[in-house]
Design a protein around this ligand. Structure first.
Ligand SMILES: NC(=O)C1=CN([C@@H]2O[C@H](COP(=O)(O)OP(=O)(O)OC[C@H]3O[C@@H](n4cnc5c(N)ncnc54)[C@H](OP(=O)(O)O)[C@@H]3O)[C@@H](O)[C@H]2O)C=CC1
Ligand SMILES: CC(C)=CCC[C@@H](C)[C@H]1CC[C@H]2C3=C(CC[C@]12C)[C@@]1(C)CCC(=O)[C@@H](C)[C@@H]1CC3
Length: 319
């Protein structure tokens, strides 16, 4: 049977490489590239078709950082497909990253050096902002937009007698201490990326608890440090070329494990499951907070739509 695979943030970096790999593994699948920029999505499709000429590659406009766009994209998916077998929740941002150079050199001569290179703990901060739904942009993009998408796609993901999979592109930068259950959007901190990735680890576990009975399974992977637009936003490419041979200590289906992609000292690539630092009770509280926030975002959207309809009606009347 033809498998339907949807990948968010599929037009570059890890998402595009993943699509290429998926098509190499199974030429019969139907791939949907869900991207916010259709020009880039078309270019990605063209690239994929060069090496997989007969592949079925669809495009979908999806900005995971906008609740309205997520709802429209979900409607479109429901109109196009009867089922989604794999949903890769890959789109992600790390805006305005700053590297703490002092902490880097301090860490270089400490016992924590390997952990520092693998997780960037204590090295990276970002500057976040509010998006058009008044949510923190990193939380909205890396986590909440994907959560809303899953909720909207439940009819395609939870089908009797059928199994569907969610795969989150998380990170070894996900850290419990960067996340606060009192501040799930990370409004007050300086590590929104780390917080959002920890939140996706928790959400994956919560979804397994709540949705496994309905045939929906979620897992988390960490691709390790990969040279993409995201990393080029941290440091320029020539710098990475210089330090990459030294620091390519990469990370990557047990619901409590994160699948880390790693490279040994001899350059052999392998994956290793590692247990995530998750707390059952906090995960449940987080899940209910997301459901509450979902209601609020939906209420605000309906109000916005009603307001613009009234305004349109008013304009029609005065014309
Ligand atoms: N590179 C690395 O070392 C690591 C990356 N990751 C994770 O991997 C994932 C992919 O990142 P990576 O490939 O590195 O970086 P890229 O910047 O190359 O890819 C990110 C993708 O997400 C898309 N995207 C960003 N914001 C949105 C949005 N609002 N709606 C839809 N799509 C969006 C981008 O689209 P556009 O081109 O339009 O910006 C792009 O296609 C991210 O979740 C990242 O956190 C995890 C661990 C390590
Ligand atoms: C300033 C100098 C000389 C070196 C700085 C190196 C760091 C910029 C670099 C070391 C470990 C890296 C790392 C990431 C970003 C860049 C580093 C901090 C990530 C946080 C990138 C995104 C991810 O999701 C993680 C898996 C990466 C972990 C390692």
């Amino acid at each position: 049977m033809e498998k339907i695979v949807v990948v968010t943030g599929a037009n570059s970096g890890i998402g595009l490489a993943l699509c290429d790999r998926l098509l190499s593994e199974d030429g019969r699948l139907r791939l949907c590239l869900a991207c916010r920029n259709m020009k880039r999505a078309e270019a990605a499709r063209a690239t994929l078709l060069v090496s997989h000429g007969s592949a079925r590659v669809d495009l979908l406009h999806l900005d995971v950082g906008s609740a309205q766009s997520v709802l429209s994209a979900a409607e479109e998916l429901k109109a196009r497909y009867h089922r989604v077998d794999f949903l890769y929740l890959n789109a992600g941002i790390m805006p305005n990253p700053t590297v703490d150079i002092r902490a880097f050199f301090k860490g270089l001569f400490s016992r924590n050096v390997i952990n520092m290179f693998a997780t960037a703990e204590g090295l990276l901060t970002q500057q976040d902002q509010l998006n058009s739904d008044s949510l923190q942009e990193v939380f909205a993009t890396n986590l909440f937009g994907h959560f809303l998408l899953i909720r909207e796609l439940e009819p395609l993901l939870c089908q009797p007698g059928h199994t569907s999979r969610l795969v989150w592109t998380s990170s070894s930068n996900a850290r419990r201490s960067a996340f606060s259950i009192q501040d799930i959007q990370h409004r007050r901190g300086k590590e929104p990326y780390s917080s959002s990735k920890y939140a996706s680890d928790m959400l994956s576990m919560a979804l397994n608890k709540h949705k496994n009975q309905q045939g929906l399974f979620s897992s988390v992977i960490c691709p390790g440090l990969v040279m993409t637009n995201l990393t080029y936003g941290i440091l320029p490419s020539f710098f990475w070329t210089l330090i990459m041979p030294v620091i390519r200590g990469t990370e990557s289906l047990d619901p409590r494990a994160k699948y880390h992609s790693l490279t040994s000292g001899l350059g052999t690539n392998y994956t290793e499951p590692r247990r995530m630092d998750l707390d059952d009770e906090m995960t449940e509280v987080f899940f209910s907070k997301l459901l509450e926030l979902e209601k609020e975002v939906r209420r605000n959207l309906s109000k916005k739509t009603a307001d613009s309809e009234h305004y349109q009606q008013y304009l029609n009347e005065i014309q």
